[in-house]
Design a protein around this ligand. Sequence first.
Ligand SMILES: *Cc1c(COP(=O)(O)O)cnc(C)c1O
Length: 406
Amino acid sequence: MTKEEMKKKLEVSKLAIFGGSPAFPEKLHVGRPNIGDREVLVRRLNEALDRKWLTNRGPLVQEFERTIARYTGVKHCIAMCNGTIALEIAIRALGLKGEVIVPSFTFIATAHALQWQEITPVFCDVRTSDFTLDPSRIEELITPRTTGIVGVHLWGRPCDILHIEQIARKRNLKILYDAAHSFGCSYNGRMIGCFGDAEVFSFHGTKFLNSLEGGAVVTNDDDLAKKIRLMKNFGFDGYDTVIYIGTNGKMNEFSAATGLTNFEAIDQFVEVNRRNYHVYKRELAGIPGVHFVEYNEREKCNYQYIVIIIDETKTGLDCNSLVKIFHAENVLVRRYFYPGCHQMEPYRSFFPHAKMLLPNTERYSPRVMSLPTGTSVQPEQIVAMTSLLKYLLRNADSIKSTLKKA
Ligand SMILES: *Cc1c(COP(=O)(O)O)cnc(C)c1O
């Protein structure tokens, strides 16, 4: 929809949520896959088929691992079938047990990867500057059972690595970073991937770099890397020898082919995402009650997540209503991450009072909205989406009363 068409939609009753036709004929998504050169991909797939080597550390997986390791400046990359298994294996290989400190303001897999192996996630609040772990709230959560910290580089914004590492060193804790959002981002000029005891990437279809499904553990620790390699392949060390407990975390050749091909296009993906980010930033500037979460552009960024925070007291419409209205208009904004892991099962039942210690998570997670971007989203569409948002907020009172009647 163009700005002109937007103007025609002057009456609130013509909004799709009230029965009008959607402003956008086709759905706009958050996290549509970024796809590289198809011909190159098909060639790689054919080569894999010709080789008849489809999994078990084939040449494409090995090449993908070398590529990721080189790019992130880390010694070891162990590619896996997805980010969740990569987290689970990294947690186990690091010897985490008992309690582990982790934000609640994250995708549920971060907490599940711990609880799945009977490790208690101890939810820590986030700071409001970037919604990553608040280092000043970590130490109060440490008990004799605490073995580690899992930080999350939320929306491609690195955690306060410096302070987290100071605490971990002082208290003798392991550090793992969930870097699922942060492939291609840097912290103090060094690529995310080389920090902590290990970091985990996800290459899921919605992520900046995708291998269909996929993930990886990256680490500079030789022994840890060796252990993880065994663990992701049932503990096999040679044909008939198992020397470790393990599971099946292997990446397959088709995923590696996709990951390698997409990797070759990441500069283009960043360029498109960066362009989109700046259009959003320009169009959303100065709207009362709409806080645009910025990237630190002195660092490398993947610009994969466009996030706004809605202050209902100033916008007149709450995030939940806006999400419903946008969905009706075919703008599939997402609530990353609402309501926070501590509000979901089993954690909600395990820790009914967790929210007492999570004021920022409680306050901000109901207000976050991720907006569509990526290689499928054009600047004109962004202008139209943001015009729609501005229209909604200008007419907040009348929309709210119509919503109440509906
Ligand atoms: C996507 C994601 C994961 C899980 O990765 P998968 O590859 O989908 O298993 C874990 N943590 C965060 C923060 C994520 O966004």
